[in-house]
Design a protein around this ligand. Sequence first.
Ligand code: HEC
Ligand code: HEC
Ligand code: HEC
Ligand code: HEC
Ligand code: HEC
Ligand code: HEC
Ligand code: HEC
Ligand code: HEC
Length: 482
Amino acid sequence: MHRSWLIASMATGVALTGAMLVLAGCGGGGGPITPPPDPDPGVSAEFLALLPAGQKGASYIGSANCKNCHEAGVNGAPKVDFAGFEGTKHSQIGVGCEQCHGPSSNHQAAPSEENILTHPRLSNAAVCGQCHGPMASDFKNSPHAHIVEDAVAGASKTCLRCHSAALRADQIDAKLTAGATADEIDTAILALSTEKMTEYKEATEACEETASCANCHDPMKVTTHMMWSNGKQAHLRYAETNADTTQVAPGALVKAYTTYNHSCANCHNGRGGNNTDAVLTSSTARPTYHDSNQYNMLMGMTGSELPNAPVVRQTAHASAAGQCAHCHMPNSKHTMTTAFDVSCAPCHTPGDAAARYAIRGAIEAQLVTLRTRLQNWSRTKFGDPDLWDYTSLVPVGKTAPSQALVPIEVKRARHNYYFVLRDGSFGVHNSVYTRYLLTQANLNLDNIGATKMSGVKLSPAQIKAVLQFDAKKGRTSEAGEL
Ligand code: HEC
Ligand code: HEC
Ligand code: HEC
Ligand code: HEC
Ligand code: HEC
Ligand code: HEC
Ligand code: HEC
Ligand code: HEC
């Protein structure tokens, strides 16, 4: 079920001007800009469906009333930074509190979480989609409007951190924006009750959102993070470009990957993945990092770097303004798809980008050649081609050997194999580091006398099928991974 998010040479202009579409969305099918009369036909049915039972039938009271209780925090009302809100374009053009939180007369009469739209359903894209219609429909076509079912079904505190927009907005993004530390956030997540986790899981399954508007944007205040494309603020919670690699370096700990200051790398990083020989030796059940190692790849970090240290780690792609957003969100397009004409400008012409993209086929072939070498080694060593792998990835029905019998050279080679495979760009993100990792893997196999290979006799389609099989295998076994 692999979807491709690359739309090659898509038409520019017409469909891609995000800012214009925002305005169009507010005028036409979107919601009200000032508190609407009751009942208001402009509020979307999808938004109304989010409101809790206790809020149904309530009327609008206006933002000034919220201020009475929420500025000072009367009777336990969470404090809201009204001065901050008033600095936003939303406030200035008359978008009031209730346009996102729903009508509040019931709430004013008897304040409770049961009669106001709040977490977990408040982070739903339908809230913003009332007015930002076209942006929301782009978003609905993005991978972030889908969930990885296995990662959500278990209601796991480890997985929902990056796989549930609802949990993340409440427990990580909002808290970070309010100044909580990574340690405080971790402690709060670990202390969540089973009941609360079930609530997040159900909210996530209902809307199928992995990352929503509220994860990437803080709608209630002006932030300091500017858009790379035009230098404007867009309520971005995190920076789009970050050259600091300390939190994605080897040995970075679990809590680090929930708080990294980067719009994408706060989820798309290798979860503390570790490339040291000590860890490759002790941690043999599965790769020591996740499918999400795109930032590590972009910055040239955490592959196995022995026997030779890398001469160059990064290419111009790491220093592209906006980094991930430069290629995956050209013109602020929210589908996360790349397109040669807009993503790769101004550095490559569309034709040059398309030609370079052919690197993908070459890297895929090199990966399968490396895999075949590992299989040949395994056949010689264990009489079976499949026993080179991590123990939980050895096919069902076969018994993995004691990992003490697998030399470090094979452990390094398989680390790099999965690192390149899981990044998913097959050389585009960082061609230099990708080639380097494959070279190191092969040098390691040379050093233990594994038979050299110049290639495999498989068609491109067969090569893709092998890689897809490896990308999917052992997926559910990750449920216990930390
Ligand atoms: C009379 C005082 C009062 C007024 C007026 C009021 N609130 Fe509240 N609000 C509270 C209190 C107290 C709580 C905490 C309720 C609880 O924890 O059960 C609360 C909770 C909330 C929450 C849930 C916060 C959470 O932790 O999940 C939201 C959202 C909220 N209010 C928004 C608003 C908005 C928007 C308005 C104006 C339209 C408003 N409130 C008006 C007193 C008020
Ligand atoms: C553009 C939409 C939007 C507007 C306008 C808006 N909010 Fe929010 N609000 C959100 C979203 C989304 C969240 C959840 C994400 C977050 O907490 O940062 C939130 C969170 C909250 C919370 C919960 C914080 C917590 O810690 O649980 C309160 C309380 C709140 N808003 C009150 C208000 C008040 C009062 C106003 C008006 C001054 C207002 N909001 C205006 C969208 C909005
Ligand atoms: C009631 C309608 C409405 C809702 C709901 C709404 N917005 Fe907006 N938003 C607007 C309008 C109108 C503008 C101003 C457009 C402009 O001037 O370009 C705007 C501007 C923005 C901007 C640009 C800010 C700037 O300073 O230029 C961002 C980012 C944004 N909204 C995000 C969100 C998010 C995220 C949500 C949901 C949490 C949301 N909006 C909900 C109407 C809304
Ligand atoms: C640091 C954030 C983070 C954490 C924590 C995390 N994931 Fe992920 N995961 C991601 C990202 C980002 C992707 C998407 C990467 C991609 O598709 O290339 C992903 C992809 C996946 C995929 C592959 C999905 C596919 O369609 O190919 C599976 C399966 C998965 N995660 C399971 C889990 C499980 C199970 C847990 C908990 C043990 C977990 N994840 C914890 C960030 C995370
Ligand atoms: C995965 C993160 C992410 C998600 C999810 C997301 N955005 Fe954005 N959004 C961004 C980034 C990053 C930018 C700035 C891109 C740039 O620099 O051009 C942006 C830009 C914007 C802008 C400014 C566009 C402009 O041209 O001025 C608006 C408005 C906006 N987003 C609204 C939304 C809404 C509404 C949703 C949900 C339907 C949403 N975003 C979901 C990351 C995200
Ligand atoms: C809240 C965590 C989170 C954030 C923030 C986030 N992502 Fe994702 N992203 C995920 C997860 C989880 C998946 C896998 C979803 C699935 O397969 O259903 C994913 C999937 C993707 C995919 C498709 C991967 C595939 O295998 O098809 C792309 C491309 C992507 N994200 C790019 C981005 C970009 C670019 C940004 C920043 C603008 C970003 N993401 C921000 C969690 C996140
Ligand atoms: C130089 C442009 C560029 C940059 C920078 C970039 N990407 Fe990519 N990315 C691509 C291209 C092109 C692909 C291949 C898409 C395809 O073949 O379907 C890709 C693939 C991916 C995939 C796998 C999609 C799939 O279908 O499996 C994910 C996830 C992803 N990128 C996320 C990110 C994240 C997160 C960042 C920042 C850390 C980033 N990318 C930086 C261009 C870029
Ligand atoms: C910020 C500028 C910039 C952007 C944006 C950019 N590239 Fe590049 N790219 C470069 C530079 C510079 C090189 C190295 C050129 C060289 O030395 O040959 C390069 C190299 C590459 C390579 C490596 C070729 C090889 O064989 O080593 C590929 C593949 C590639 N780019 C694809 C893309 C694609 C596809 C996109 C858009 C999705 C893109 N690039 C966006 C600047 C950029």
